[in-house]
Design a protein around this ligand. Structure first.
Ligand code: C5P
Length: 235
């Protein structure tokens, strides 16, 4: 598989656990995501180790700060050689544009988080973001594209409207994916891998269904098969 669509979220507290899991996985079948917990504990050395094993790494640190600071953080991430990184669209136009300037197109994929899916309408109202959350997501996605972002993180349920608005070349990355018979954990608005791809997602972030599986390798295989079926139907 030349372009695996599954990104396994390595949500572990220490490097050892991430390395034990990735020792079983094949970089031809998935990419991996390193988030705030693991990166804070294990740092760039772990990212380098994972890349050394052949994995494309999505550095999920959701930068949000003044433009200069975010630009420099993005430059450091691109210098590490990560495949994808993300920043908050709520940082605004100048922050997004500064990040884009720091990471030339084609080096690492630079994507934006619109609204965190954990935010409910009441949370948004409380911080002054009134209106329909869907509208806010669309506005932030348009801003992100306008500032040259390669794509956005969104829920699979938001993917169809964003795909329509943004066209084929805008990258949609969707978390909250669960196989049909899996436990939901605390994720509320979930989709199956097949639904997410059919809705227009390019990459699926999948954590616990793989990391907590009794047999992560077969689970990954099964998820890929489901996606491949969808891809063949698309072609
Ligand atoms: O274990 P699970 O599949 O729920 O993991 C989902 C991953 O996607 C986690 O690493 C989480 O931080 C991330 N994520 C999410 N919802 C978002 C953005 C990121 O669940 N809106």
């Amino acid at each position: 598989m030349s372009d695996p669509r599954i990104i396994v979220a390595l949500d572990f507290p220490i490097a050892k656990q991430a390395l034990e899991l990735t020792a079983k996985l094949d970089p031809r079948w998935c990419r991996v995501k390193v988030g705030k917990e693991l990166f804070t504990a294990a740092g760039p050395q772990l990212v380098e180790k994972l890349m050394g094993k052949g994995f494309d790494v999505f550095l999920d640190l959701k930068f949000h700060d003044i433009p200069n600071t975010v630009a420099n953080a993005c430059k450091a991430a691109a210098g590490l050689g990560v495949w994808m990184m993300n920043i908050h669209a709520l940082g605004g136009r100048r922050m997004l544009s500064a990040a884009r300037e720091a990471v030339p197109i084609g080096l690492s994929k630079l994507i934006a988080v619109t609204l965190l899916t954990s935010m409910e309408r009441s949370d948004l109202n409380e911080i002054g973001l009134n209106g329909d959350p869907q509208d806010v997501v669309q506005r932030l996605a348009l801003l992100a594209r306008d500032c040259g972002m390669d794509g956005v993180v969104c829920s699979a349920l938001e993917a169809p409207s964003l795909r329509k608005m943004m066209g084929r070349d805008f990258c949609l990355v969707t978390p909250g994916i669960r196989p049909v018979d899996a436990s939901l954990n605390e994720q509320k608005r979930v989709s199956t891998p097949r639904q997410a791809i059919e809705n227009g997602a390019d990459y699926l972030v999948i954590g616990r269904p793989v990391t907590q599986a009794r047999d992560p390798v077969s689970m990954l295989w099964r998820l890929n098969e489901e996606i491949e079926g969808t891809r063949r139907n698309e072609e």
